[in-house]
Design a protein around this ligand. Structure first.
Ligand code: ZN
Length: 163
């Protein structure tokens, strides 16, 4: 994806109030991120590990989503599959929920998904990070096809939050 600045990321949030967007944690090392190899940029708030954020491109625009883990118990899976990159992890997939954009979100509506807890889907898909034995289904897809699928899954999730 195209490199983004902190300002661009803050402006891209679709499911936060203006105040939240101003205050939320954005990584300082944006210029060191491997943007060429990212299908989305995801990060956690180090002060508040139940909060995570992701930014992806949708129809050529950056769109950022605030996520939270509903409760430690609900988010803890013994073994689960990430809905974005379809990597299976042991103890490293979280259920995350995103408030919907606009009025629906203010009324408490959320969209849930299972995500790699470290939000490093892009690196798993490219084989740059290893999730351990049995982490990938036997698939005949090429890396490019898996990247396309991950991009499509993230875009579909962002679209559900914005719908
Ligand atoms: Zn993943």
């Amino acid at each position: 994806m195209k490199p983004l600045t902190e300002q661009e990321i803050r402006a891209a949030f679709v499911n936060c109030t203006k105040g939240q967007t101003k205050r939320l944690f954005v990584p300082r090392d944006l210029s060191d991120r491997p943007w060429d190899d990212l299908d989305y940029l995801g990060w956690r708030d180090p002060q508040s590990p139940d909060r995570a954020y992701l930014v992806a491109e949708l129809d050529g625009h950056p769109r950022a989503i605030a996520l939270r883990r509903p409760s430690p118990a609900a988010g803890q899976l013994q073994r689960g599959m990430c809905s974005m990159c379809l990597t299976t992890h042991t103890g490293n997939v979280s259920l995350m929920v995103a408030p919907k954009a606009g009025k629906a979100g203010q009324q408490g509506n959320t969209v849930g998904t299972y995500l790699c807890a470290d939000l490093d889907c892009s690196l798993y898909v490219r084989g740059r990070k290893n999730a351990g034995a049995g982490a990938r289904l036997q698939e005949s897809l090429s890396v490019e096809e898996k990247i396309e699928r991950t991009v499509a899954n993230v875009a579909a999730f962002v679209a559900r939050v914005m719908a």
